[in-house]
Write a protein that binds this ligand. Sequence first.
Ligand code: C2E
Ligand code: CA
Ligand code: CA
Ligand code: CA
Length: 273
Amino acid sequence: TKEEGRGHYRLFEPEMKVAMQHRRTLEVELRRAAVAGEFEIFYQPVVSVPEREVVGHEALLRWRHPERGLVAPDRFIPLAEEIGVIEPISEWVLAQACTAAARHPGEGRIAVNLSAVQFTSRRSDLVKVVASALGASGLSPERLELEITETTLLRDTEGVLATLHALKALGVSIAMDDFGTGYSSLDYLRRFPFDRVKVDRSFIHKLARDNPPVLRALTDLCRAFSMHVTAEGVETEEQFAAIVASGYTEAQGFLFGRPAPREGNAPLRSGRL
Ligand code: C2E
Ligand code: CA
Ligand code: CA
Ligand code: CA
């Protein structure tokens, strides 16, 4: 009945109010963070398997909040996408990461995560953004790898495909991130021109313990598509042994190195977002 409905609503009202206030606070703070120079990039090493030599790094965004401390990207990127500030933030990450990598010519690849929003934006052209980050930094394109997730592929497929080809024409490579999560990932390998597949941490952890043959099947599959394959989130020697035995050529994880800041990370001060 109506009465029950209203009672029900009242029961949840305070919680909803708190959640909405929290969201609004976060939104205001997020818009201010760029002006205040609170964003930083951490870098995590990627190593060769089985040698464990550093072959590159992944750039991972951090928000150094004045009261909350270091905020992980999962906690603010979805909101940044929603309120339309992910693009200036992403462009800053890309420019910073390329500049830092260009300063260290011997360091190998630099991987940067892209948001699905960047592929459908009317505000800026992703291909131009990447081209100008390369141009401004002087980084040679083959050192740059762009990582995308399933969320990007679920959008306008033809448009995404055209953008991926245009990006590859710049000389950069493309990685499918978080492989093994979500849906119909196998079909993505057939349809999109990835250079690399990054097998998600949850998959690596479970399969290394319960079903190593599937770990092997994944590397065979990627190889059949002529794609490189990286194991994500390797934390233990047991997991490392399993990925060595399964034919992975690269790995990333706390066992080899945690994401960490590096010198010369200029703050994002792009004005109010
Ligand atoms: P991701 O791209 O899958 O990045 C790997 C995440 O796994 C990172 O979390 C990293 O710190 C964590 N990780 C690495 N090795 C291990 C391990 O051995 N064990 C465990 N438990 N975790 C490990 P982080 O830095 O919190 O980033 C989370 C996600 O936020 C990223 O997942 C990525 O999707 C997104 N993200 C990060 N930086 C950016 C960015 O600049 N732009 C966009 N659009 N997204 C970003
Ligand atoms: Ca990634
Ligand atoms: Ca990943
Ligand atoms: Ca992830």
